[in-house]
Design a protein around this ligand. Structure first.
Ligand SMILES: Nc1ncnc2c1ncn2[C@@H]1O[C@H](COP(=O)(O)OP(=O)(O)OP(=O)(O)O)[C@@H](O)[C@H]1O
Ligand SMILES: [Mg+2]
Length: 335
């Protein structure tokens, strides 16, 4: 399988690294089809989008007609001999009325349907990234249902179908989880060995791997940020504090719980934690709440460890990366 090239940081291009288990799971889906649309969620920057892009390439190699759309970034790719597909995707992406994202999101499903119905394609994949923001979180469930309809009531008989949706919206999980329309699958940061491969690919002087691991916890984007900022952890933490809007008001309001959480995040799981705070931490992509059982079958690629206090991973709740935890710790110190 050809590994795609990815822009990792300014001036650094890398090959899609590791994630061998995820690619193995993809091969299984290509052989068996996805019975339900697979909805992938996980920490920001863990590599969901990169993996989906790699999946598009791989499924193309396996002889699928592939429609891939990244709605939020108005990006798309088509692996098919039907020229019209790419043309219509380009039309939608170039829409200037402000509807490009919405159009791309729905077009992906329409095109997959047409590939089967109108063009008689037998192996079709539809891969969509960040569509829920485009269609609206309240319509996330309906969107996934339309993919299920395609799987269950195709306009013509097909042999294989693969439907995968990726989202970085922790809250989308609830809207989708309420229905039996999808297979929700979490993905975690890269396991140590794969992460080390990525780390080795970075040019220039760098701190020992242990340090990169301790701060980024296997998160590819955090590794990129550390690299871009000359491995200045302080700088990366301060930036994250700003992005997450960890304001004095927020910190003062939730101080008691936040203090407990930076020590041991499981405190938010063990009864009594305010739901509003949990929602807020989820919505800001600081934590993942309600982690699944670590059974490998529940996860895309390898599951995280059951517990890793150093990385901020608890049985039921986890910081997205140690830097996320550090940003909250710093915000507490400052106020
Ligand atoms: N397996 C990989 N090999 C090489 N680079 C990777 C890999 N996975 C991710 N990256 C790089 O790490 C960065 C973050 O990855 P990506 O954008 O896929 O994260 P994400 O999970 O989609 O994040 P978000 O939730 O914010 O959308 C990107 O620069 C990407 O190219
Ligand atoms: Mg992404």
């Amino acid at each position: 399988m050809r590994r795609i090239k990815l822009k990792f940081a300014p001036g650094v291009e890398t090959e899609f690294t590791d994630r061998d288990r995820a690619l193995g799971q993809l091969v299984e889906w290509a052989e068996k089809s996805t019975r339900f649309p697979v909805v992938v969620f996980g920490p920001e920057g863990c590599g969901k989008s990169a993996s989906l892009r790699q999946a598009a390439e791989a499924l193309g190699e396996f002889g699928f007609d592939v429609v891939y759309v990244d709605a939020a970034h108005r990006d798309f790719a088509a692996y098919t001999d039907v020229a019209e597909v790419a043309r219509r995707l380009l039309d939608a992406a170039s829409d200037v009325s402000g509807l490009a994202q919405l159009k791309l999101a729905y077009l992906a499903v329409d095109l997959a349907k047409e590939l089967i119905g109108r063009w008689g394609k037998k192996k079709v994949a539809v891969l969509v990234d960040e569509v829920f923001q485009a269609v609206g979180l309240d319509k996330a469930g309906i969107y996934v249902k339309s993919l299920l309809n395609l799987i269950e009531y195709p306009p013509r008989r097909y042999e294989k179908i693969v439907a995968i949706v990726v989202t970085s919206e922790g809250v989308a999980r609830e809207e989708i989880g309420r229905h039996l329309w999808a297979e929700l699958r979490p993905m975690w940061n890269t396991p140590r060995e794969g992460f080390q491969q990525l780390y080795e690919k970075l040019p220039g002087p760098k701190p020992p791997f242990e340090e990169a691991w301790r701060w980024a916890g296997g998160n590819s984007r955090m590794l990129g940020r550390l690299y871009e900022n000359g491995w200045d952890v302080e700088e990366v933490v301060l930036r994250l504090m700003r992005e997450k809007e960890l304001t004095a008001g927020f910190v003062v309001r939730w101080r008691r719980w936040l203090e407990l959480a930076v020590e041991d995040l499981e405190a938010l799981w063990a009864g009594g934690a305010p739901e509003e705070l949990v929602k807020e931490l989820e919505a800001r992509n600081l934590i993942v709440y309600n982690m699944y059982d670590r059974r490998p079958n529940f996860w895309i690629d390898a599951p995280p460890p059951e517990r890793d206090p150093e990385l901020g991973i608890g049985k039921n709740v986890a910081w997205q990366t140690p830097i996320h935890r550090e940003a909250v710790r710093r915000a507490l110190e400052r106020v």
